[in-house]
Design a protein around this ligand. Structure first.
Ligand code: ATP
Ligand code: MG
Ligand code: MG
Ligand code: MG
Length: 450
């Protein structure tokens, strides 16, 4: 019995709070020699800054054309982004579902998109020769799901279903890393309402939630009138991040609030259609897209509800996409320098990186200090649990490890430099998102990060 207690005690101690995340143990194949020149777009070419930085820093590895392995840092950032999105979608009434990626050709033939989508669809057959595709989007699937319920009541509307799943599109020009993949993550929400008025309310609610998401990420965006493309419908807006490598051309009026994607301009004359003011052109990365669909899908697939008089009425739909992996790469694209990744604070894979002294240095006498700081920090600041890294590669100089930390863009880098020999010991803290450096005691570091 005594042995068992001892064993229990020891395993608690080992797996409990004293367990630290060691940088040397992370799977992060750095690729610093990767050529810095930006190529033109063959499948192996580096075509933009975010792709190069993510490759160099060990965040992604190319698998095949337009498909990537997302490595641990990327997955952590993505999970954080999905948490932000989930919170906003659920606060307006969204319910999370997960629909199959394999959808049958017959469904797409009903909406006539089997032919319309042409080569962009990844098509395949099962062993019975039945045709399917790997879904590029889910309007048909979700509308059929609702239609199957048959007797939806007006009391159940508005109904807002969303998912975060992989989408498959055989893009004519997959490039720019995660910005334009052939397999990528999208958050797509589909909404069902009793009337056009109610659907417009829902449309505005989701649009506000999108603004709120980009606001929290600290990403400047423009909302522009957009073309409804192959999705169809009556009205549509895009959320665009201004960037030189953006593939969309945007027109913005200098006199009023008018802003549109050129794709949505019916008139080729370029003056503002609202005030006839001068239009200025710029480029953007489309990170979100909202559509008011009306009854386009609900009518053909029979998604209806029974109204107060118990009569069946076709539902009014909306659909709302966010490019999850594209947002990640676009954030890196617009926030980073040529050599150093910068993240929206909320998405940084780890919040803090602690760099202890080099082996054999005078400061090494203080070796335990970094570990004590680590343990105290995650004990005192619960939200930092799982967010603090110890760069235990102490055979490397502090300068070398600091360079890596700057490249990775942790919001805070805490260095046990020369001044840890002072009494009390002083740490150097680099706040990478505002470029400031401060010198603080352990108490001071806790206060800063609390
Ligand atoms: P694009 O014009 O860039 O091809 P889209 O208009 O075809 O995008 P939507 O059908 O509106 O894309 O899809 C919703 C969102 O999914 C887009 O706003 C974008 O953020 C994201 N997305 C679309 N295609 C890709 C892709 N190939 N790789 C990564 N994200 C994508
Ligand atoms: Mg497209
Ligand atoms: Mg587009
Ligand atoms: Mg779009």
């Amino acid at each position: 019995l005594f042995c068992n207690i001892l064993h229990l005690h020891r395993s608690y101690y080992h797996h409990g709070r004293s367990k630290r995340i060691l940088l040397s143990r992370l799977f992060q194949p750095m690729n610093l020699r990767e050529d810095r020149t930006i190529g033109v777009g063959r499948s192996s070419d580096i075509t933009c800054k975010s792709q190069r930085l993510m490759l160099q820093a060990g965040l992604i590895q190319p698998a095949n054309t337009g498909c990537f392995h997302y490595l641990p840092y990327t997955v952590r950032a993505m999970e954080k982004l999905v948490r932000v999105i989930d919170k906003e979608m659920q606060s307006i009434g969204g319910q999370k579902v997960n629909m199959p990626s394999l959808t049958s050709a017959s469904l797409w033939k009903t909406s006539e998109r089997w032919d319309l989508l042409g080569k962009e669809l990844f098509r395949l057959k099962d062993r019975h020769d039945m045709e399917y595709c790997l879904s590029p989007t889910h309007e048909e699937a979700v509308t059929e799901l609702i239609a199957m319920q048959g007797n939806l009541s007006y009391r159940q509307l508005p109904l807002m279903l969303y998912q975060v799943t992989r989408k498959f599109r055989d893009e004519p020009k997959p490039r720019f890393g995660l910005l334009r993949g052939r397999e990528f993550y999208m958050k797509d929400m589909y909404t069902f309402d009793v009337s056009e008025g109610a659907a417009m309310e829902t449309y505005n609610l989701v649009s506000q939630a999108y603004s709120c998401i980009f606001g929290q990420l600290g990403l400047q965006f423009v909302k522009v009138q957009a073309d409804t493309g192959s999705i169809g419908g009556k009205m549509s807006h895009e959320f665009q991040l201004p960037a030189d490598i953006g593939e969309d051309r945007l027109l913005m009026c200098s006199d009023c609030h008018f802003a549109a994607n050129v794709e949505a301009m019916t008139d080729t004359e370029t003056n503002c259609p609202q005030c006839h003011g001068k239009l200025k052109e710029s480029k953007g990365i489309e990170v979100g897209h909202t559509f008011y669909l009306g009854t386009k899908y609900s009518y053909i697939l029979g998604a209806s509800y029974s109204n107060t008089e118990n009569k069946p009425v076709v539902t009014e739909m909306g659909c709302f996409g966010l490019g999850v992996t594209r947002i990640l790469a676009a954030a890196i694209e617009v926030l980073s320098t040529e050599d150093e990744i910068r993240w929206p604070s909320l998405l940084a894979p780890y919040q803090v990186c602690i760099i202890p002294p080099k082996k054999g240095s005078k400061e090494e006498l203080s070796l335990g200090l970094s570990e004590t700081l680590y343990d105290t920090l995650i004990d005192a600041v619960p939200q930092l649990h799982g967010e603090v890294l110890l760069d235990d590669r102490s055979h490397l100089t502090i300068g070398k490890r600091l360079k890596d930390a700057s490249r990775l863009g942790y919001p805070y880098v805490v260095i046990a430099g020369k001044r840890v020999l002072e009494n009390p010991p002083v740490f150097e803290v680099r706040c990478q998102n505002n470029g400031k450096t401060v010198f603080l005691t352990q108490e001071g570091v806790l206060d800063l990060l609390r």
